[in-house]
Write a protein that binds this ligand. Structure first.
Ligand SMILES: Cc1cc2nc3c(=O)[nH]c(=O)nc-3n(C[C@H](O)[C@H](O)[C@H](O)COP(=O)(O)OP(=O)(O)OC[C@H]3O[C@@H](n4cnc5c(N)ncnc54)[C@H](O)[C@@H]3O)c2cc1C
Length: 528
């Protein structure tokens, strides 16, 4: 492929067409706006795991690519004060109309104005959903666990439609080669900060359950410097949700996206919220967005066009854009599977009490997992996490996953011009996942009961997920390489392509590896 590099400023000037003061109301308006903008080789919507993989691989193929990202760029400062702390959330913490997350001990102070903070909290029908917002997407706020599912669990979700061998031999290693995740080193594990990890592994062993250290996308040398006082305490005191100021987290802006931008082929536009996608003639698409300021005020409306548009706005963002496009007739040929087969990865937030002293407010973001894949109800996994404000030493919090039915679906509301997710939280199949997790807790409690300690399960909640997945699923809305059916040149490369569950594991590694698999085929077939 020829390198088609043009100077960045000229590239943007040529490709953006600014329009002020209009509201997107009808197809006619969209059509006339679209015809006034200049084309770009490829547009990527969103800069999380799927978007970052797509951007880098397109850049390496010499494809001039524009990344439209709704959130800000979060550059780490020398002063180590880029993000707000969990202890004192401020306008940097929450994305626009987000709310508090009492289940995580996170409360949005009433005094904070709506702003373009790094964490989005969505109150949907039946479930709350958390997601990242900013250049790097979920990697800015995530706990950095980089966890590969087992073959049996992967096949349970993908039913043989994606080869596990291919993922394990090619695509998981490809992602690892860029992120370079590693488990907690022994000296850090031995520190008092990570007592909760050691107790978790001991308790798993007592219960005869496999327990192991997780590969973490962290710079452990920086964590060591947090412990020695050379860097601000961040991971060690349970920070992750609003970002990590010490620089311990290898977020995507420091690897995939950095390399993509350094190539000269990728331009990232932060604070650009995509609102609509419209098919013009001959498989050319117009992407409409609002350029906003940090307070969320619209500065101008912009339109970009391309023959290749990659949706990577996360499961929630991508599903909402597609459901809206189908309902409003801007992408009328989308099939009826759009906005369906959504799940929250079987996420639970659990609390056990009555344990030996765990030091429960420290030692994050995550570090170990207990696997109960032989659970008779459904496979489960538990990962202990610190709750920064917990003072009860006998407490241990864990994030749980499972595998079940992807029964969530998105609906368009013409009166509000918006899309909402409905999750059937009282469906017996969904309740079963909570039962599966309770069973694992029961096993742990029984095996660790002695004359000194009698652990009990205080609660297991499933009303919130950190892992939205599905809505534009492979083999249904797209083919098995993310190509949207009926729309040549339109692709989905993020968590929306996965049917509700990443096989009893945290999703980022699987999303990135599937994106690697999709983009490799798309570049080979569609960019010749
Ligand atoms: C608190 C928390 C902890 C987590 N911990 C882990 C963990 O330890 N390990 C793990 O594997 N996973 C973890 N996750 C989940 C992980 O972050 C997500 O699964 C992953 O980021 C999803 O990748 P994605 O590419 O689908 O979308 P995202 O990474 O969510 O990226 C989507 C991007 O699109 C942007 N966007 C959305 N809508 C628009 C729009 N309309 N216009 C323009 N841009 C838009 C967003 O701002 C975002 O940058 C965690 C998530 C949270 C919230």
């Amino acid at each position: 492929m020829n390198n088609r590099y043009i100077h960045r400023r000229r590239f943007l000037k040529a490709s953006a067409f600014a329009l002020g003061g209009y509201t997107v109301t009808s197809l006619d308006v969209l059509r006339s706006w679209a015809n006034q903008s200049e084309p770009i080789d490829a547009i990527v919507i969103g800069s999380g795991f799927g978007g970052a993989v797509a951007a880098l691989r397109l850049a390496q193929a010499g494809v001039q690519t524009l990344v439209l990202e709704r959130g800000r760029r979060w550059t780490l400062t020398e002063e180590q004060n880029t993000f707000s702390s969990l202890r004192a959330p401020d306008s940097r913490s929450f994305w626009l109309n987000s709310s508090s997350v009492p289940l995580l001990g996170v409360f949005k102070p009433a005094a904070i104005d709506d702003c373009t903070g790094v964490l989005e909290v969505l109150g949907e029908n039946g479930i709350g959903v958390l997601a990242g917002a900013g250049v790097g997407g979920g990697s800015l706020v995530y706990s950095a666990a980089t966890y590969e599912p087992t073959r049996a669990n992967f096949d349970r979700v993908f039913q043989g439609s994606i080869s596990y061998d291919e993922m394990a031999e090619v695509y998981y290693p490809r992602v690892r080669s860029i992120l370079k995740p590693s488990p907690i080193p022994e000296d850090i594990l031995a520190s008092d900060y990570y007592r909760l990890t050691r107790i978790t592994l001991e308790q798993a062993a007592n219960a005869g359950l496999p327990g192991k250290l997780l590969d973490m996308n962290l710079d452990w040398d920086v964590v060591r410097q947090e412990i020695s006082g050379e860097r601000v305490p961040s991971a060690i005191v349970g920070e992750f949700l609003y970002g990590n100021n010490s620089g311990c987290k290898n977020s995507l802006d420091r690897n995939y996206l950095l390399q993509a931008e350094q190539s000269g082929f990728v331009q990232i536009l932060p604070l650009h919220v995509v609102t609509d996608i419209y098919e013009m003639s001959e498989h050319r698409y117009a992407v409409f967005c609002n350029q906003i300021d940090e307070g969320g005020n619209v500065l101008q409306k912009r339109t970009f066009t391309s023959k290749h548009v990659f949706l990577a706005a996360g499961s929630m963002g991508t599903s909402k854009l597609l459901v809206k496009a189908k309902a409003k007739g801007t992408l009328p040929k989308l099939n009826d599977a759009v906005g369906k087969f959504w799940g929250g990865n079987g996420d639970t937030l659990g609390l056990r009490v009555g344990l030996p002293p765990t030091n429960p407010s420290q030692g994050g973001p995550l570090s170990a997992v207990i696997e109960d894949h032989a659970n008779p109800i459904a496979p489960t996994a538990l990962q202990p996490y610190p709750k920064w404000n917990e003072t009860r030493q006998d407490y241990l919090y864990s994030l749980g996953f499972s595998i079940g039915s992807a029964k969530g679906s998105f609906q368009f509301d013409p009166f509000t011009n918006s899309v909402r997710l409905t999750w059937p939280i009282y469906d017996p199949e969904i309740i079963q996942l909570r039962q599966a997790t309770l069973k694992t807790y029961q096993k742990l409690n029984q095996a660790n009961t002695n004359s000194t300690y009698q652990p009990k399960t205080a609660r297991v909640l499933d009303e919130i997920t950190l892992h939205p997945l599905g809505g534009a699923v492979l083999g249904k809305v797209c083919d098995f390489y993310g190509r949207v059916k009926g729309y040549k040149g339109l692709y989905v490369v993020d968590g929306a392509m996965i049917p509700g569950y990443t096989a009893c594991a945290n999703p980022s590694l699987t999303i990135a590896a599937l994106a690697e698999r999709c983009i490799e085929r798309i570049i080979a077939d569609d960019f010749v």
